[in-house]
Ligand binder design. Structure first.
Ligand code: ATP
Ligand code: MG
Length: 400
């Protein structure tokens, strides 16, 4: 039976709404460990306590991925008495020095949320510190960067730990509305979707697929990316949109230099319609500024003009190296760099217009049978439910 004490940050500032955020966080933590067997999760005294029979390493891996968790600690839970706390602290230090034999310094931090406990935080730290010194004569106390930090939280019970593991921060998924996330197989868009979800959005990934110009493998790649995202968000609804006819029509009727911007506009038009069906309030893309021709401010303006919905671009101010580092940290990078054909790079013109005007974009689209193309693409889309990698494989159904 392993216990964990979880800390949340921003939610504590939510005033009247705190309850709503906290309930969502508890629910999301329960869901993250649900398949591991019986678990209890509840909020208490400004923290969340989770208890599970499952392997603690596995539980730890799951908790690391719950948005809203700032940090957490595996804890010994004991009665809030000095004796019990001291005994638990010595056990915890014993385990710590076993795993880090070179540890020579330690520190005890006590927080006392339950003021009924007779000793003050300072007194508790001092008493526990003295007991540790006696039991481990080779250790000495050090306030700054100690090798072993014993944390004692005195609440309904006493929680004793020597380890603090960072969570992803952010807000619980499901507390921030719903957005369609345009996900290519590239490095950027999965990171953008992850960042949106970390701010509490329910994201619905949408991928534009141009079979046979792009292969089944490129679709699998996107679904694999979604499986990684689902480890953070829980099961995801995913749309694979039939983009082949649009791609073909664009190639036939749109001047070379404007193909990319028109292709992007078509993507946003489709996403706008799907958002209507899904009751999503925003679109989200992996665009940054200045990376490529289609990401100049002029191109973004021309692309943006086809939808009334807010288009969120979480990566707008980031450098590629930062995006790559984030992709590696969240686990999407290795999938994103698998070779595949991007539906747009396939038709990449030699000299794309970097500063298209709205009028140019509109004019370039005159040869497209707009409503029919859009209706067909949506009708022939696939809708899937994607679950985390650790759960079963995708359960799919064609859109009817
Ligand atoms: P990424 O690494 O996400 O592909 P990128 O830097 O290659 O981004 P672009 O190719 O300009 O950027 O695409 C801009 C954005 O348009 C992507 O981040 C993504 O949100 C969306 N997008 C592009 N192609 C597709 C596609 N086939 N399906 C869904 N969304 C796409
Ligand atoms: Mg791309």
């Amino acid at each position: 039976m392993a216990h964990f004490l979880l800390r949340y940050g921003e939610i504590a500032l939510k005033g009247q709404n705190q309850h709503f955020f906290l309930e969502a966080l508890v629910r999301n933590i329960r869901r993250a460990v649900a398949d591991l067997g019986p678990a209890q999760v509840h909020a208490a005294f400004g923290r969340i306590i989770a208890t599970s029979d499952a392997d603690p390493t596995t539980v730890t891996d799951r908790l690391r991925k719950v948005f809203g968790v700032v940090s957490f600690s595996p804890v010994h839970v004991v009665a809030p008495t000095q004796d019990e706390i001291t005994r638990a602290a010595i056990d915890a230090v014993e385990r710590s020095v076993d795993t880090q034999p070179h540890a020579v310094t330690f520190k005890v931090d006590t927080r006392r949320a339950d003021k009924r406990f007779p000793l003050t935080s300072m007194d508790t730290s001092r008493e526990v510190g003295a007991a540790i010194l006696q039991r481990f004569p080779h250790l000495h106390a050090r306030m700054k960067e100690p090798d072993v930090r014993v944390q004692i939280d005195i609440r309904d019970h006493a929680y004793v730990s020597t380890e603090t593991i960072p969570g992803p921060g952010g807000l619980p998924v499901g507390t921030g509305g719903k957005a369609l996330a345009l996900v290519s197989g590239g490095i950027d868009s999965p990171v953008a979707a992850w960042l949106g979800a970390r701010r509490g959005l329910t994201v619905i990934p949408v991928h534009f697929h141009s079979f046979p110009f792009t292969s089944e493998r490129s679709k699998e790649k996107v679904l694999d990316l979604c499986r990684v995202l689902a480890e953070y968000t829980g099961p995801l609804r995913v749309w694979i949109v039939f983009f082949t006819e649009i791609q073909r029509a664009v190639q036939l009727t749109v001047p070379d230099a404007l193909r990319i911007v028109v292709m992007r506009r078509m993507m946003l038009r489709l996403a706008d319609q799907i958002a209507g069906q899904e009751h999503a309030q925003a679109l989200l893309t992996g665009e940054s500024l200045g990376q490529v021709a289609s990401q100049t401010i002029e191109s973004i303006a021309a692309i943006n003009a086809v939808t009334q919905l807010p288009v969120l671009r979480p990566l707008v101010g980031t450098d590629k190296t930062e995006i790559v580092a984030r992709a590696e940290a969240i686990g999407t990078y290795d999938i994103s760099i698998r070779p595949y054909e991007d539906c747009c790079s396939l038709f990449l013109p030699a000299h794309p217009r970097t500063q298209p005007t709205l009028e140019e974009a509109d004019a370039a689209e005159r040869g497209l049978a707009m409503p029919a193309l859009i209706a067909e693409a949506i009708a022939r889309s696939e809708r899937l439910t994607i679950v985390p990698r650790w759960a079963a494989q995708a359960v799919g159904s064609a859109a009817g």
